[in-house]
Write a protein that binds this ligand. Structure first.
Ligand code: PLP
Length: 391
């Protein structure tokens, strides 16, 4: 086996989910807050178009860059949301944001180069970087500062080997939304921004996320249908690349993937045509779930110094209930039947934290909070006595 594969680390939250599924198969009930996946159906038109294409049409390979009509619809959608319309020739439609990441990092990285990544980070970023021979240079952000990225700290870590600055705003796992000023400063630092905008549109408190499209034409923007349109299983995303990158990316896509799924692309067009109108309802639903989750977790004693403003996650300080986040997540699953993601998945600075997804129904959130209530005091007592013992 190639050493680049050996360097990949497992996604621990999947381990939790697999254990939860095992418990459910034995008849135990589990509330799933561990996975970053909307619990709702994709919009009706999306499902209708997908069914109609499957039923009546011969599905084919498409242009490797994606159907032109879809790329035009994506360009219009980008313009609606960010004010900047990318040239459809610079858009590449992919089988999700994840393959887009693989293409961009394959394009930019070679052994020994560096990529700056704010931490806590989406667990897969370091693996993509390492797989492509790069070295992750983390910039730790703090719960007490709302996980704001400090452009001066990023600047201090730039070296001649830096090939990219990766940023997600809103972010997984923190839900943090960076200000336009921070985004603008990061775009001015020199290395290209790889801006993961998969949670754009899911922003609360009257705020908006800033798209790198409106900042710098040398940025790479990754986006997709999974989160906004609850289309995780369709596997559809895209990237917007600078002019110089579009041909090499196209060649990689032709060779490695041929094209994204024809069926999914047609369904994606329906999402942009009619699903966009429903987005405000989706956003408002998540905002009210965020409020419920944050309030409930604070009442239970979790530390949430500032309210996350986007995506659908709360990354809460949980050290008073267990300092080892993986062991704590397992304990909550076994004792309370609540599955959550361990902070350690998102970088060592997130150890002692747990990530709760609120892309579930209100009743699931209420049930999870009710189940956690009775088991936390005992866990807190154990941590308290261990700390006294240490002292
Ligand atoms: C920040 C971030 N980027 C990308 C992805 C993957 O998205 P896709 O389903 O489009 O591959 C996720 C999924 O959780 C994510 O949280």
């Amino acid at each position: 086996m190639a050493s680049r594969v050996g360097s990949l680390t497992p996604f621990l939250v999947m381990e939790l989910m697999e254990r939860a599924l095992e418990m459910e198969s034995r008849g135990q009930s589990v509330v799933h807050l561990e996975i970053g996946e909307p619990d709702q159906q994709a919009p009706p038109d999306v499902r209708r178009v997908a069914a109609q294409v499957l039923e009546n049409e011969r599905s084919r390979y498409t242009d490797s860059r994606g159907l032109l009509a879809l790329r035009e619809a994506i360009a219009d959608d980008c313009e609606r949301r960010s004010g900047a319309r990318p040239d459809p020739a610079n858009i590449l439609v992919t089988s999700g944001t994840s393959p887009a990441m693989l293409l961009v990092f394959s394009l930019l990285l070679e052994p020994g180069v560096e990529v700056i990544v704010p931490e806590p980070f989406y667990a897969c970023y370091p693996n993509f970087v390492r797989y492509c021979g790069g070295v992750v240079v983390p910039v730790v952000t703090h719960a007490s500062e709302g996980f704001a990225v400090d452009p001066d700290e990023v600047k201090a870590r730039i070296t001649p080997r830096t090939r990219a600055i990766v940023l997600a705003s809103p972010a997984n796992p923190t839900g943090a939304v960076q200000t336009p000023e921070v985004m603008n400063s990061l775009a001015q630092l020199g290395p290209p921004l790889v801006s993961d905008e998969i949670y754009h549109g899911l922003v609360y408190d009257g705020r908006e996320a800033t798209s790198a499209l409106s900042l710098d034409s040398e940025s790479f923007v990754l986006d997709g249908f999974s989160k906004r349109y609850a289309m995780t299983g369709y596997r559809l995303g895209w990237l917007v690349a600078p002019d110089w990158a579009r041909e090499p990316l196209r060649v990689m896509q032709q060779n490695f993937f041929i094209s994204a799924s024809d069926v999914a692309q047609r369904a994606g067009m329906a999402a942009l045509q009619s699903g966009a109108a429903a987005l405000e309802g989706v956003r408002a639903r998540y905002e009210s779930h965020r409020d419920l989750m944050v309030k409930g977790l604070r009442e239970l004693g979790f530390g949430i110094p500032s309210q996350p403003a986007g995506a659908f996650y709360v990354l809460a300080e949980a050290g008073d209930f267990g300092e080892d986040s993986l062991a704590l997540a397992h304990a909550l699953l076994e004792k309370a039947g609540v599955a959550v993601a361990p902070g350690i998945d998102f970088g060592s600075s997130a150890e002692g934290m747990l990530r709760f997804s609120y892309a579930v129904s209100r009743s699931s959130i209420e049930e999870a909070l009710a189940r956690l209530g009775p088991v936390l005091p005992e866990l807190a007592r154990k941590v308290g006595s261990a700390r006294k013992g240490d002292a």
